[in-house]
Design a protein around this ligand. Structure first.
Ligand SMILES: Cc1cc2nc3c(=O)[nH]c(=O)nc-3n(C[C@H](O)[C@H](O)[C@H](O)COP(=O)(O)OP(=O)(O)OC[C@H]3O[C@@H](n4cnc5c(N)ncnc54)[C@H](O)[C@@H]3O)c2cc1C
Length: 273
């Protein structure tokens, strides 16, 4: 178990990890490849103080190296679920789970547009996680929308446990069903099925963590960067406001300090019991 788990290895998440380690807390950053971050895509950053003209890729490399040198674990993975578990917050990615005393969401801008029928049938045939839900569909027909790196492996896993998989890569999808998923329409063709696995790079924050309040797709936070779920904090582009590296770095640091105060307070309460 880590003191703090951070989802996202952009500037917000890495800044949070550096601060957590500087304060002696164990920290893991779980993220898609750094090449997926907004930071990595910036060709030349002219306004990050002290480093005029640095490329986003170079800044990303330096931040990752800094976080590693400080002792943070950087883990590559697409997080598909997070939930409050006894004594902490548990995060699922691939077939693995990690638990932290606090969780910082540093997801960047998350594509929140969903396919028609997706939100209505979520949990009733629509899933984002092969490992979590695959066994429910053994012997059944499912459509896997492979829309991210690694999705093909997840489709293969579903086949290996006995699901009848139709894999599609189109982004033009509709999911149909009344009480549960009955069919996926892909590029106008109807594919009858019992389930639809939508494997995107990112997952809308509200779908990632039950009870997380959002507004316009952004995570709602309080002045101390705490979110609506106890022990959860958020920073960077995913909370809205200016999409800027310096803002993300500053917010990541403040979210880490608030997360540290949260876990130290929780330990203090635990000791007094
Ligand atoms: C082309 C371009 C140029 C830019 N130029 C500048 C500039 O010159 N100056 C400036 O200040 N800003 C610039 N920006 C904006 C800046 O890059 C962002 O504001 C900054 O990167 C936000 O940092 P972040 O940590 O919040 O998110 P990000 O850097 O986007 O990092 C978030 C990370 O979390 C990962 N993630 C999300 N969900 C999950 C999940 N479920 N599981 C695992 N990983 C997940 C993402 O894949 C991503 O790697 C630019 C952005 C772009 C796209």
């Amino acid at each position: 178990m880590y003191d703090i788990i951070i989802i996202g290895s952009g500037p917000a998440g890495l800044s949070a990890a550096i601060t957590a380690r500087a304060r002696g807390k164990s920290a893991a950053v779980i993220s898609n490849s750094a090449t997926d971050s907004g930071l990595y895509k910036a060709p030349a950053v002219e306004n990050y103080p002290g480093m005029p003209g640095v490329s986003g890729a170079e800044l990303s490399r330096r931040l990752i190296a800094h976080a590693r040198e400080m002792g943070a674990d950087i883990i590559t993975g697409r997080v598909t679920s997070a939930l409050a578990a006894s004594g902490g917050l548990s995060v699922g990615f691939g077939s693995e789970f990690e638990t932290g005393g606090a969780l910082i969401l540093a997801l960047g801008v998350v594509q929140t547009s969903v396919f028609p029928g997706e939100a209505e049938l979520l949990g009733r045939g629509v899933s984002y996680c092969a490992t979590c839900d695959g066994m429910l569909y053994r012997g059944k027909s499912i459509v896997v929308a492979s829309l991210s790196d690694g999705a093909a492996e997840e489709a293969e896993y579903l086949r290996s446990i006995g699901c009848r998989v139709t894999e599609i890569t189109t982004g033009n999808i509709e999911i149909r069903g009344n009480i549960k998923v009955e069919a996926v329409i892909a590029d106008g063709a109807e594919i009858p099925c019992d389930g639809a696995f939508i494997l995107r790079k990112t997952i809308a924050p509200a779908a990632l963590l039950p009870g997380l309040e959002t507004a316009g797709g952004f995570i709602k936070i309080n002045a101390d960067f705490s979110a609506s779920v106890p022990g959860v904090f958020a920073a960077g582009d995913c909370v809205g406001g200016a999409r800027q590296i310096a803002k993300a770095v500053g917010e990541g640091q403040l979210a880490a300090l608030a997360a540290i105060a949260y876990i130290e307070n929780a330990e203090h309460i635990g000791r007094k019991k």
